[in-house]
Design a protein around this ligand. Structure first.
Ligand code: PLP
Length: 399
């Protein structure tokens, strides 16, 4: 049995048609498969590898930490230098009020922790979330995602969740003094990249303040420079009560976090004590990797070039079959008339002739007609030009 056959037999899949590419090396924006074929990576592990794959500083930090210690004890008991230093760096670059970091293993776990914290701190139960938002696949996170097709088979889910339309003032009207929290993505990603207006975001934050509702912003895809600013919410000049981090947080290693004010976070330390527990959350190797990645992101002028690269994609991606290109920094959706058309483009980008470079991309969960462009922020202009040529060649071939 070859690797691919063993993968299909023994590794659980929930996609009926997994890509099943056998990648043996990843460097910068390029993936190489077992047959030596190269792919320009336009999805960066879904917004994870913001500073590119295997950045030497990240690899060095992982090796150094592995030489010192791996897992020691459940989260929050011991002073572990990579956690402490990473929490300090993160809070130095968030609003002053966001000064306490709870590290988790994943984005969904950050969502779970934040929802618990909001219920515990406010004594309220109602959660307002948004249609076409994605927050993860665990039962709590699933309860708040904005798509009935994905939720329905797993009911009963969390009670007292109200789904409203994003960027709609009726949602703001719905917030009341029985709402524990509002959870919103700073930019809706899986809907196919939809940013709210500044006015709406501000009105949302204002209504939360007036009603004592906690505003939770999910920065799991928009964080770490993806939109051109370190955090997506900086585009809207609002400050959340809790911010959710994941994906690029670990520099390619599994890591999530919810960040809040220390006083708010303290609600998880009493009645009950140990209000949120994780064995591996904030693993020292993951924190060391994330810390190194964030330092690279902050020092290397990477975010400063996001807008220029975004414009380059926009200038290149013109074709009568492309209905729209929506973007917020280097998170972009190229919209076609249907999933069938999009799938043909995606497949043609992946399956080119021998010796030709390929492009790895996919679609969005709630927008299957849209092609995902969420590359490493470090992708070069040359790679962008080449990737766009490959996409346009694929679009040309559609019958
Ligand atoms: N929130 C957003 C906006 C996401 O895009 C995702 C994952 O795609 C999550 C939460 C869940 O993160 P994870 O898959 O690490 O649980």
């Amino acid at each position: 049995m070859n690797q691919r056959e063993m993968f299909l037999r023994h590794v659980a899949q929930t996609s009926p048609a997994p890509l099943a590419l056998e990648i043996v090396k990843a460097e910068g924006s390029i993936l190489t498969d077992a047959k030596g074929r190269e792919y320009i990576d336009l999805i960066a592990g879904i917004s994870v590898c913001n500073i590119g794959h295997r950045h030497p500083k990240v690899v060095k930090a992982i090796k150094q930490q592995a030489d010192e210690y791996l897992h020691l004890l459940v989260y929050g008991e011991l002073v572990e230098t990579p956690q402490v230093e990473y929490a300090k760096l993160l809070t130095d670059h968030l609003h002053n009020s966001l000064n306490s970091v709870y590290f988790t293993n994943s984005g969904a776990e950050a969502v779970e922790g934040a929802m618990k914290l909001a219920k515990r701190a406010t004594g309220r139960t109602q959660i307002i979330a948004f249609n076409q938002s994605y927050h993860g696949s665990t039962q709590g996170a699933l309860s708040i995602i904005g798509d009935e097709y994905f939720r329905n088979a797993f009911r009963p889910l969390l009670p007292d969740v109200l789904h409203m339309d994003y960027n709609d003032y009726d949602a703001i009207e719905a917030i009341s003094n029985r709402t524990a929290c509002v959870i919103a993505e700073s930019v809706q990603a899986e809907r196919g990249i939809y940013a709210p207006t500044k006015e709406w975001m501000k009105a949302l934050a204002q209504k939360c303040k007036e009603t004592g509702t906690l505003l939770i912003l999910d920065e799991i895809q928009t964080g770490f420079g993806r939109t051109g600013t370190l955090w997506g919410y900086q585009q809207f000049k609002v400050v959340p009560d809790i911010v959710l981090l994941g994906k690029a947080l670990g520099g390619g290693m599994p890591l999530g976090a919810f960040v809040a004010n220390r006083k708010l976070m303290n609600h998880l330390t009493a009645d009950p004590v140990l209000g949120h527990i994780t064995t591996f959350g904030g693993h020292p190797v993951c924190c060391a990797a994330g810390l190194a990645a964030m330092k690279v992101l902050l020092k290397r002028g990477i975010m400063e070039k996001v807008q220029e690269k975004e414009m380059l994609f926009h200038n290149l991606l013109h074709h009568p079959k492309i209905k729209a290109v929506r973007s917020c920094g280097l998170m972009m959706a190229v919209e076609f008339d249907s999933f069938e058309t999009n799938k043909k483009v995606i497949d043609a980008c992946i399956n080119r002739k021998k010796g030709q470079r390929r492009v790895l991309t996919d679609w969005f969960l709630f927008a299957p007609q849209c092609l995902r462009i969420v590359p490493p922020l470090t992708i070069s202009n040359k790679e962008i030009r080449e990737a766009c040529e490959i996409i346009l060649e694929a679009v040309d071939k559609i019958k």
